[in-house]
Design a protein around this ligand. Structure first.
Ligand code: MTE
Ligand code: MOS
Length: 705
């Protein structure tokens, strides 16, 4: 038996490590036209007049009047315009685009353009917003009765801030109109989302539009929505460019200031306790969606579905809304709404335990969901919940219990230590029946006459390694060498729509389709013939159908699980915190490549810890203040602590070789372990916001906030 998890050299390793792989900015074309956007300086205003300087020959302006199709990007409720028409909704909203052969001249012309606005009253505070893009409410059991019969009711509000995806490569897209067809390429997660956006904006026949993914320097959800906007703008510009290629690449500051981030949140938890156990939760979740609806609906849904964490809570009343503000639109980000509610519920459970005089891990363990239990939405945990064994694995790697006891003794002195632990899951794949009803994934395998096999799927490799893992699956099933399997960056002219590269679905869903296609190709293999095998998604039949109106049924086909302990030391003089170690046990089913999965877990943990500790982003009067990596600090090499990853394998029968979703899992729950550790180091403070920075530590030590 081949060990599918045995690491191999990644398909894209040599080209990326040597620098040979061209990114969008590396593509040289003599006739290229450089694009730049003129953006709103106001959070909300009416556009009165656009006064342009005299444009030199070869320089062109593009705005809403040039959009031949619909001036709308197909995301959320369609409220994002390709170019603003009457009103701007946030600082950075694109009013028009200028393009020309010399990028410096384009920049100068943009600064000379004078857009006349009439300023309108903006909505800047999500607490004050009365415009909900989306709101949902659901119940399980009888929360009202449980609260009426409760011994004690806890009430706490937890809030979280922005997080920037921090991909290495900023947003960028290139377009060219040639021979009646429009060719779009760029840094993207979801070629077919971009394709739909270009079709809508141009009104062209979809067969005349080709969208190709270029090497993508990270996405983390940030290239799920935004490339559709950039591509629509570039497509409109390309149609006006007389056949010359046009390229729009965001500067770093522009990217940080004006593109989607993780939704800031405020979550209120009321928890009923009866006989020392949680009998009900009443949860109110509010996400700041920013100026446009984007994917806030699905982000919010994932957030509220996971809001009672890994616990079996019999009575629930959950409300959630994603509200509009005139600030940067927020959107998809690794974890997709999960991190906000998972940190809230984990910290709330910790606080309740402390106030009941119980040991937090023991208190949490007493409430864990088990196989067969109902989920928050009255679906079912169909498969084993391996958390107890994973807790033991983390305890033995980290000596969590021992250190927890040790650090609970009063600490004086300059340096003080703490350790925390958190438990979480990530629903693998799309929420509800999206995979069956909306995505309807298709993959193909093409065998050439000389026996070369090529994978045809729309999924993109943005660092998470699917070029490699897809090829491993196909090679393994066909009994061919891994090196011989061909996979290219997807181009909608060549690959079927196997769905977007989101929700950690690629291996579990698309990988399984490729495995099945390989089985059939092997069965029907004919020497010397070109053959194409196609495979289509089928929904697992064990699922309880999910109803999006009532939030009843299986929200996810299965779950990936995680436990993580974080140990840290705070410096009471400077407030700084050194993370001493992070130890995680992760169940993503069978790892298709242990190096890749371990890398995903390590990177994801650090992204979660950055979110909790140092990644602080402010907006003043609607303007993002931290628009560079010198004032928005993310973990760098020297911040990496002792990091240990343990892979627990609970095989999922519907995934390839037992694999489930992996990519987003590690980011989701790490923040709670960090907060719990800080609380212990601070001698039992009860904290209720992230990021919790050095300044916050000083405040807490001085008995302030
Ligand atoms: N890992 C790297 N290196 N770069 C990325 O952009 N994106 C994450 C995760 N891991 C990302 C990453 C996100 S948000 C998702 S949804 C998954 O990868 C998507 O890939 P998968 O479906 O192959 O897990
Ligand atoms: Mo990931 S946030 O689903 O791209």
């Amino acid at each position: 038996m081949i060990d599918i998890g045995e690491p191999v050299i990644k398909k894209d390793h040599a080209d990326k490590m040597s620098g040979a792989e061209p990114y969008l900015a590396d593509l040289y074309r003599e006739d290229i036209l450089h694009c730049r956007l003129i953006r709103s300086p106001h959070p909300r205003a009416r556009v009165i007049e656009k006064r342009l300087p005299q444009l030199p020959e070869g320089y062109t302006a593009v705005d809403c009047h040039d959009v031949p199709g619909k001036n709308s990007v197909p995301l959320g409720n369609g409220d994002i315009p390709v170019f603003v028409e009457d009103t701007v909704e946030y600082i950075g909203d694109p009013v028009m685009l200028l393009m020309g052969p010399d990028a410096d001249v384009v920049e100068r012309l943009c600064s000379e353009a004078e857009i006349v606005y009439e300023q309108l009253e903006p909505l800047l505070d999500m607490q004050q917003s009365d415009i909900s893009f989306y709101s949902h409410e659901y119940t399980k059991g009888d929360a009202a009765a449980a609260f009426a019969g409760a011994d004690i009711v806890y009430d706490e509000v937890f809030s979280t801030g922005y997080q920037e995806q921090g991909y290495l490569e900023p947003q960028g897209m290139m377009g060219e109109y040639r021979g009646g067809r429009l060719y779009i390429q760029g840094s993207i997660q979801c070629p077919y989302y971009v394709h739909s956006a270009v079709v809508l904006a141009t009104g062209m026949d979809s067969a005349n539009i080709s969208v190709k993914q270029n090497a993508t320097g990270g996405g983390f959800g940030g290239k799920e929505e935004w490339p559709s906007i950039v591509a629509a703008q570039v497509a409109v510009a390309a149609l006006k460019a007389g056949g010359r290629p046009v390229r729009l690449i965001y500067g770093r500051r522009e990217d940080m200031e004006y593109t989607s981030k993780r939704h800031p949140s405020r979550c209120r938890y009321k928890v009923a306790i009866k006989d020392g156990r949680v009998s009900a939760m009443d949860i109110d979740v509010r996400y700041d969606a920013g100026a446009y609806s984007t994917l806030s609906n699905v982000v919010l849904m994932r957030g509220i579905i996971g809001s009672c964490g890994v616990y079996n809570i019999e009575n629930l009343h959950v409300r959630g809304c994603a509200v509009k503000t005139n600030t940067v639109p927020n959107g998809a980000f690794r974890g997709f709404g999960g991190p906000q509610t998972f940190i809230s519920v984990e910290v709330v459970m910790e606080h309740i335990a402390k106030q009941l005089g119980r040991e937090p891990l023991e208190f949490k363990s007493a409430h864990l969901a088990r196989q067969g239990d109902a989920t928050s939405t009255n679906g079912k945990y169909h498969f084993p919940v391996p958390l107890p064994a994973m807790i033991e694995a983390v305890d033995s790697m980290s000596s969590y219990r021992e250190k927890r006891r040790l650090y609970s003794a009063p600490q004086s002195g300059r340096y003080r230590k703490g350790i925390g632990i958190s438990l979480w899951f990530h629903g693998a794949g799309f929420t509800g029946s999206g995979e069956r009803d909306i995505i309807k994934a298709v993959v193909k395998l093409r065998k050439s006459a000389d026996g070369q096999v090529e994978i045809l799927a729309a999924n993109t490799d943005m660092g998470q390694g699917i070029k490699t893992t897809f090829c491993k699956i196909v090679a393994n099933e066909l009994g061919l060498p891994f090196e011989s399997i061909l996979i290219r960056n997807p181009d909608t002219d060549c690959v079927p729509d196997s769905g977007p590269t989101v929700a950690s679905r690629s291996i579990m869903v698309v990988g399984e389709l490729l495995r099945k296609a390989s089985v059939r190709l092997k069965e029907h293999w004919q020497e010397g013939m070109e053959q194409i095998v196609e495979e289509r998604y089928k929904h697992p039949d064990y699922l309880i159908p999910f109803d999006v109106n009532t939030f009843k049924g299986d929200a996810y086909p299965t779950y990936s699980w995680a436990v993580c302990a974080v140990e840290l030391r705070i410096d009471t003089l400077t407030g700084s915190h050194d993370i001493l170690g992070a130890w995680g046990s992760f169940d993503v089913g069978t790892p298709i490549d242990r190096h890749i999965v371990t890398g995903q877990m390590e990177g994801g943990l650090m992204q979660g810890l950055g979110y909790a500790s140092m990644e602080q982003m402010f907006a003043t009067n609607g303007r993002i203040r931290n628009n560079s990596y010198s004032d928005y600090i993310i973990p760098a090499a020297l911040d990496i602590p002792e990091l240990k990853v343990h892979l627990y394998v609970e095989e999922y029968p519907e995934g390839p070789y037992g694999a489930k979703g992996a990519g987003e899992l590690p980011t989701v729950g790490a923040p709670a372990a960090y907060i719990e550790a800080v609380e212990q180091a601070l001698g039992g403070a009860l904290l209720n916001h992230i990021p919790f920075t050095a300044e916050d530590t000083i405040d807490a030590l001085q008995g302030g906030k």
